[in-house]
Structure formats: C-alpha cells, structure tokens
Write a protein of this length. Structure first.
Length: 600
C-alpha cells in the first residue's frame, strides 16, 4: 500500500477515492486492525498513561496492546458467545485493551459514568450486557456508589473492578489470570456489531447507536487521514473513552497510523490540573497534534505562554462548532492553526475535516472526507434542496453510517436505521457549503430560536459576543414567551480575571447583530458555563435556566425547578402551586410537573 498522502484539499480526496476503499484499510475488523498494528510497529510505544501531569508514565507497545486485547477477548468469549461488555471506566492503562477485547469477542458498550443509575440500567438491560467494567472505591467519578443498585437490579451481571490493589473482590486482573488458558475468541465479521454508543441522551433515556466492525475499520483510516495523524505522531488524549471521538481519535486512528497516544489521567480534560498543564505536557511529550472541544481550546489559552511547543502542527477542534471569533483568537494567540472536524455518533464519528495541509477557514468545519457525501435540504420545504447561499438541513452519506438504533425488546432489536431515501442521514445540523466545498455550520435545527415567524440562528448571537476579548464562551438559547414563542437570551462566561457587566457586554455586542429580532433580550454572565460530559456547552441546562428566569418574573418568591423531557420539552414544578399555573405554563410552551414541594 502506498503512503497516505497529506490531506491538503479536495484534490487529495479525489486521489484517495481513485483507489478502492479496501486499499486504504488495515483490517476490516477490530482484531485485524489491532494485530496488524502489532505486526507493523511491534515494540514501538502505542500508549502512555499519565496518572497526573508529572507522574511516572505507564507505557504499552503496539505488541503489548495486541497481546492484551487477544487475551481479554478470549476471557470474555470463554464465558459467553458474542457478549456485550459494558464499561464505566475512565482512561486507565487497561481501558483501551479492555474495550478492544470486548469488541473482538462481542460488542462493547461504553457508558457515561456520570449518568444516573436508572439510565445506566436502561442501557445494560436493553443490550443484554453480560459484563460491566467499573472503577473501585478509589475512583473519583462516583461509580462505586452506583453499583449496589445495579447489582440488585441485575444479579446475573458480572461486574469486574479495574485498577484496584490486590485483595479487592472481582478484580479484572485476577479474573483474567484465572482464564489465561482460554482458547482464542472466534473472529468477528465486518458486518458484526462491534460497539454500542449512547447518543447525546440528555433528555429521557439515551438512544443506543450500533456500529459495525466495518464502520470502525473505515473510521480508523478516515480519522487518521482527516486529522493528519502520522506514524511519528504523538497525541495527548483528554477526551472520555465512552465518547466515540475519544475512542477513535484517541485509540483506533492512532493504531491505524502507528501513532502514540498519551492518555491524560483518569479524568482527562475534566481534571483542572491536566488542562492547566496541557502545554507543558505537549512540549515534554513531543506532541504534534492536540484535540479537544471548543470549550477546552478556549480554556487552554489561560495557561499558554508563547511560543507553542515546537512539534505542534495544529489543534483539532471537535464535538461542537467553534465560533469564528474564537478560532481567530486562538490562532492569533498561539500561532497554531485549528483544524475543525464534524460528524456524529450515527456516522461513526467524522464526515468532514479541515485539511491539515490546507487552509483553515474560521467558522467552517472543513471539506467532506473520502466517500462522504453532503447535501442541503431546504428548512422551509423538505421536498427541495436548499438554494445556493441558503442555509439548509445537512444530509450525509458515508460508509460509516451506523447500523441503526437498538429498538425495543421483541421488535427485532433494531429500529429502522433512521436513514431517508437513498440512505441519506438527517444530521440535525443546519449549514451552508461555499464554492470550494467548505461546510459552515450555523447550529442545530433543534437549537434554532423561533421568535414569531423568524428562525434565529444562535450562532449569529454567539459570534457577536465571542468577538469581545473578555468573553471565553457564549451560548444563545430561546426563553419562552407567550406572545412570540421564544426570545433570545445569551449566556456568557468570561476569561479568568476579566470583569464586565451584562449591560456593558450587550452595549458592545448588539450592534454587531444585524437582525434586530436576534438581539437578545437578556444577557447573563455565568461564573462557569454548564458543560456536558464530553465538554460541549449544555444548552438544555441553559434553556431550563432561561425558562425559570421568565417564571421568576411571573411568580416572584416561589420555589421552582425545571426538567427536560424526551423531545426537549421543559417541565416545571412550582411551590406553592398557583391555581392558574397550568394555564400560564401552557401559554409559555412549558409542562407542569406534578410536584407541589419543588425546590429550586
């Protein structure tokens, strides 16, 4: 196989597509990918774990990762055919081999450890999980306290504890030692399910997307190509491994390329010590690529001292669009280009990437990757394509498109794959494509602020506030309004040490918002922006806060709280409960929770 060319523009995509996809794959399944990496790169370092920024590293070679993966797969397969192995583990030395072994033997189910026990139980039950990997009592994510409820509800589930000292019951290390003579696991096929990932899932119970070995084998290549990952790359990873981006960019793509990953402790970017030491770690480890969501990129500026570490080539921004103003600020301060990536779990990760060897365009998430196709559907008329220059709903095709959501018991286990005619996936994102093929996302269709007859793009508001140097993060949402439906509210978090009133920020930002209807009625300065477990701004939390802000004007002195229900609707509890509250809430598009003793 010829060397992978540097992605520098659309012409490189055509070069890649001139060969069949099989030419670029290094295995059609996870076992083939892992074993192939061991054969090519042997004793070279594949993975380094740092418990703390200056802790002694724990290293694994490509050969060691493959040997542990095979051993783990054999142990799982010896107890059950094609088992589902759930994981609540943070980043630890054994986490990646355990997940790879689970995929080799059956399917892995990485679970957000910060979810409530009911949501975790839902996923374990729906997938028929046979094993659960978890931290012991020394873990800092609260998992240990959730295990009794899980054990009581699922007594047949085998819970294995990772990373605890000898003597701890159910240690995964002891369990593996007791099965050292297990025969090799039967090899999976490309069409077999390798992983189940729960999607965003902040309302109701999360959906479970099924990804095949073929999906992930393709995505390992595609992410390495799109991100410019090379055999001499060193990539610090602070993304959680329960997120598809953390597993692929911090695991499978480096295995494909022969790159080395530096795992930033158990908590990754959630650990302020790791985030604060990121530039120092990058310099010491000789990192050439950093990757993290926009919120981490902006937070990392606080600890930056010029010049950037010498080997760094670029920062990959993923998980959420990066405002153009934030993109420019980052590059102006660090001198590093940002390469944005965009995709979603249902596409196995990426669909577009800003070319590592090409132009970075602030506000754009780059070009469609090999064998990925994009189309824009009119927001007002789903029967037609969006006109040139008109924002549209982004539809996508790709070999990475998932095998469907897990359905309800008894319905064949898989719902309709949520793909339209011609297997086009509705991504839920709104955007435009320029004459050179660069995609510019303007937000999520569900995040549009519906003011009267206007569809307001939150990005227009966020860009105006992000252009202010004292603003670190800005997020706009709709607050309910009985007459207009919604009115925009903008939340901002300031850079550390900055001081500014909402009025002063609004006075400077609002003139930059051309559409008067988009100018927010309220600006709120937060000490800390709420984030999801993968570092995205939690707009559902902001929408709840905006709804409560409106209700406090209607019912001053009342205690209240809000919940987000499936479908994104907000339900509110009031105490004391006014007799007309249900009617008032209905007028605001809110539901009433049956709770008259609510506390805020």
């Amino acid at each position: 196989m010829s060397d992978l060319p540097l992605f520098d523009g659309a012409a490189t995509v055509r070069v890649i597509e001139a060969q069949p996809l099989a030419h670029w794959l290094r295995g059609r399944t996870i076992p083939e990918l892992v074993r192939g990496a061991a054969q090519r790169y042997g004793t070279r370092r594949a993975h380094r774990f740092l418990e703390a920024p200056d802790a002694a590293p724990v290293d694994q070679s490509f050969a060691a990762v493959a040997a542990r993966t095979d051993r783990i797969a054999a142990a799982f397969a010896a107890e059950a055919p094609r088992p589902v192995v759930a994981s609540l583990l943070p980043g630890m030395p054994l986490t990646l081999p355990l997940l790879l072994g689970a995929m080799s033997a059956g399917a892995c189910l990485p679970v957000n450890p910060f979810l409530e026990p009911d949501a975790i139980l839902h996923m374990l039950t729906r997938t028929g999980a046979r094993f659960l990997l978890a931290e012991g009592p020394s873990g800092a994510q609260g998992v240990w306290d959730k295990l009794p409820a899980i054990r009581a509800a699922l007594p047949e589930l085998r819970i294995l504890i990772c990373g605890e000292p000898e003597g701890q019951a159910d240690r995964v290390e002891d369990w593996l030692a007791s099965r050292k003579d297990a025969p090799p696991a039967p090899l999976p096929g490309p069409g077999d399910i390798a992983a189940c990932f729960h999607t965003g899932g902040t309302t109701g119970l999360p959906k479970i997307a099924r990804l095949t070995h073929a999906n992930l084998a393709y995505m390992a290549f595609l992410t390495a190509f799109g991100g410019g990952i090379r055999a001499d790359s060193t990539i610090p990873c602070g993304m959680p491994l329960f997120h598809v981006g953390g597993l692929i960019f911090g695991g499978l793509a480096p295995l494909w390329a022969g790159a080395s990953v530096v795992q930033l402790g158990r908590a990754g970017y959630r650990d302020p010590a790791m985030t604060g030491a990121l530039w120092r770690i990058a310099a010491r480890e000789g990192a050439d690529i950093l990757f993290a969501p926009p919120t981490i990129a902006m937070a990392a500026l606080e600890g930056f001292t010029a010049p950037a570490p010498p080997r760094l080539r670029h920062w990959v921004s993923s998980a959420a669009p990066l405002p153009a103003a934030a993109h420019r600020r980052f590059t102006d301060i660090t001198g590093l280009p940002i390469k944005e990536a965009w995709g979603l779990t249902e596409a196995s990760l990426v669909l577009t990437f800003t070319p590592p060897g090409g132009e970075s365009r602030p506000g754009s998430v780059g070009l469609a990757l090999p064998w990925c196709r994009l189309a824009l559907q009119s927001l007002g008329d789903p029967a037609r394509a969006a006109a040139p220059g008109e924002p549209g709903l982004v539809l996508a095709q790709s070999p990475g498109l998932f095998a469907g959501y897990l359905g309800q018991p008894g319905d064949g286990l898989c719902e309709a794959p949520h793909l339209g005619p011609g297997r086009w996936l509705d991504t839920g994102d709104v955007g435009q494509i320029d004459a050179d093929g660069y995609l510019f996302l303007t937000g999520r269709a569900k995040d549009l602020i519906l003011r009267g007859g206007h569809n307001i793009d939150p990005a227009v508001i966020e860009e105006a506030f992000m252009a202010l140097p004292e603003v670190q993060v800005a997020a706009a949402v709709g607050a309910p309004d009985a007459r207009l439906g919604e009115l925009p509210v903008c939340y901002v978090a300031l850079v550390p040490g900055a001081r500014a009133t909402p009025e002063a920020l609004a006075a400077r930002a609002l003139p930059a918002i051309a559409e008067r209807a988009a100018r927010p009625r309220v600006v709120r300065v937060l000490a800390r922006m709420p984030l999801t477990a993968v570092g995205k701004v939690d707009k559902l939390a902001l929408r709840r806060d905006a709804a409560l802000g409106v209700l406090r004007e209607v019912y001053p002195g009342h205690q209240m709280r809000a919940e987000t229900r499936a479908g994104g609707r907000i339900a509110v509890a009031l105490s004391p409960l006014p007799p007309e509250a249900a009617l008032v809430l209905a007028g605001l598009g809110l539901d009433l929770l049956a709770d008259t003793k609510a506390t805020e």
